[in-house]
Design a protein. Structure first.
Length: 449
């Protein structure tokens, strides 16, 4: 997996450092950067040429610096300060181009091109979060980078390629495995002690806590029996083999999943699930039909947590391939809240009634910063050796090539953490908890101020 990542990044573009193409690409991309109106971008090209773009007042200023994600860690290595407090500030981003291939990738692939250039070491930055914040705040000015002919053709081709990852039964297992089937040693290195790969809900966004407060996710579900769960411990379903092994051998006496709880004829009072973004838009109605089938007809409650796409961009987004779809969750699609509710209503034929919807996106920003802090702190001593141990094809490489493979892997995960963190901070993606119940369920607690 790691070796194929490096090959995928480099092989198709080895011949792209052709002077006329680079010149055209650089001119087009710099032309778009010249339209930046919020924040600033300091860019240094391969030959040392410097460019400054953005708010004219800030461009002229030599003092002050606003960071979207830097300087967030206290002396103990905890991501103490919330980026949300900086979300309204003007980001000052810096980019250093290390290879002319960067310009071609940006012209052809837009934001996906930037991601792949970063992973390949063709562009560097001291503050990746500031770059993302700058791009988001200037997305209207940069929109032509997404709609140009070359970028459209590239997106179409990527979309065709992504169909191979369709979420059929076999495909879903493969897609989930592409992200989760990595040694549990790596996940232990950045997750909380209970191995919860889920958004924490903090008392305050800047509070110091040792782990996620899962009970907040379940308050509206009013769970009292034995729920079927997906995404964390308990009676858990998973498509990833290492995570399943951890569930059976992990701390706290966690037992293997109870397959009886998910049989066709099973009925449960309560159900919790996450990762609906891995289901696939076209399969959501069928998914909720299955939920409706196993949920108790009288008083049953189902609680779902899902990363979501705003309604305004949903229709365009489902036809595009971005960094997450290609490199993190192949086949995954972020639903909109409306698409989830409509799929639940259609799939259950009205049997699932929406009780509440809660937005916790800013908490995911903090969660991702915690994970990134631990990932970086434990990478050299724990994660890199585990990667080598798990992949014989990397161990067979010369030391220099091993180092390159591991660096691509590291940058991919750093990009993933920061990309999502800033997305939640700037509210361009969300995280929602939706609670459904049955009509006439008077047992649910009433929310009071």
């Amino acid at each position: 997996m790691a070796t194929s990542a490096l090959s995928t990044l480099t092989s198709p573009l080895q011949s792209l450092a052709w002077s006329p193409l680079v010149k055209l690409s650089r001119s087009a991309v710099l032309g778009l950067f010249s339209r930046l109106t919020e924040g600033t971008l300091d860019l240094t090209d391969v030959d040392g040429t410097s460019y400054k773009y953005g708010d004219p007042v800030l461009v002229r200023s030599k003092h002050g610096r606003s960071s979207a994600s830097g300087d967030l860690h206290d002396a103990r290595g905890c991501a103490q300060k919330s980026s949300s407090s900086n979300s309204s500030a003007s980001p000052r981003a810096e980019l250093t181009v290390k290879s002319d291939t960067f310009w071609v990738r940006m012209l052809v692939g837009a934001d996906l091109g930037f991601a792949e250039s970063y992973m390949a070491g063709e562009v560097e930055t001291k503050d990746l979060g500031a770059v993302f914040a700058l791009f988001i705040k200037n997305r209207s000015a940069l929109s032509e980078m997404q709609v140009g002919l070359v970028s459209n053709v590239s997106s179409y081709v990527q979309g065709l390629l992504n169909r191979r990852y369709a979420n059929t039964r076999a495909g879903s297992l493969s897609n989930i495995g592409a992200h989760y089937d990595i040694s549990n040693i790596m996940y232990e290195a950045f997750l909380s002690k209970d191995m919860t790969y889920s958004c924490a809900v903090f008392p305050t966004l800047d509070a110091d806590v040792s782990g996620p407060l899962l009970e907040r996710n379940l308050e509206r579900a009013a769970l009292s029996g034995r729920p079927v769960q997906n995404g964390h411990g308990g009676t858990t379903l998973t498509g990833a083999l290492p995570r399943a092994v951890y569930s059976s051998d992990g701390p706290g006496g966690i037992t293997p999943p109870d397959t009886e709880a998910i049989s066709r004829d099973a009925v449960t009072d309560e159900l919790e699930a996450e990762m609906l973004e891995a289901v696939g838009i076209e399969f959501l109605s069928g998914y909720f039909a299955a939920i409706n089938r196993v949920l108790k007809r009288s008083g049953g409650t189902a609680c779902f947590q899902c990363i979501t796409m705003p309604e305004s961009r949903f229709d365009a987004y489902i036809h595009q391939v971005d960094f997450i779809k290609k490199w993190i969750f192949p086949g995954g699609v972020l639903p909109s809240v409306t698409s989830l509710i409509e799929a639940a209503t259609q799939g259950s034929k009205g049997g699932l009634v929406l009780d509440s919807a809660i937005s916790i996106g800013p908490h995911y920003s903090r969660t991702l910063r915690e994970w990134k802090t631990r990932f970086e702190a434990n990478f050299d001593q724990t994660i890199a050796p585990a990667l080598l141990n798990d992949h014989e094809e990397i161990r067979r490489l010369a030391p220099a090539q091993q180092k390159k493979q591991i660096e691509v892997f590291r940058k991919k995960w750093i990009y993933y953490f920061v990309y999502c963190e800033i997305g939640f901070t700037e509210r361009v993606i969300g995280d929602h908890i939706l609670a459904f119940t049955r009509e006439g369920n008077v047992t649910l607690p009433v929310i009071c101020a």
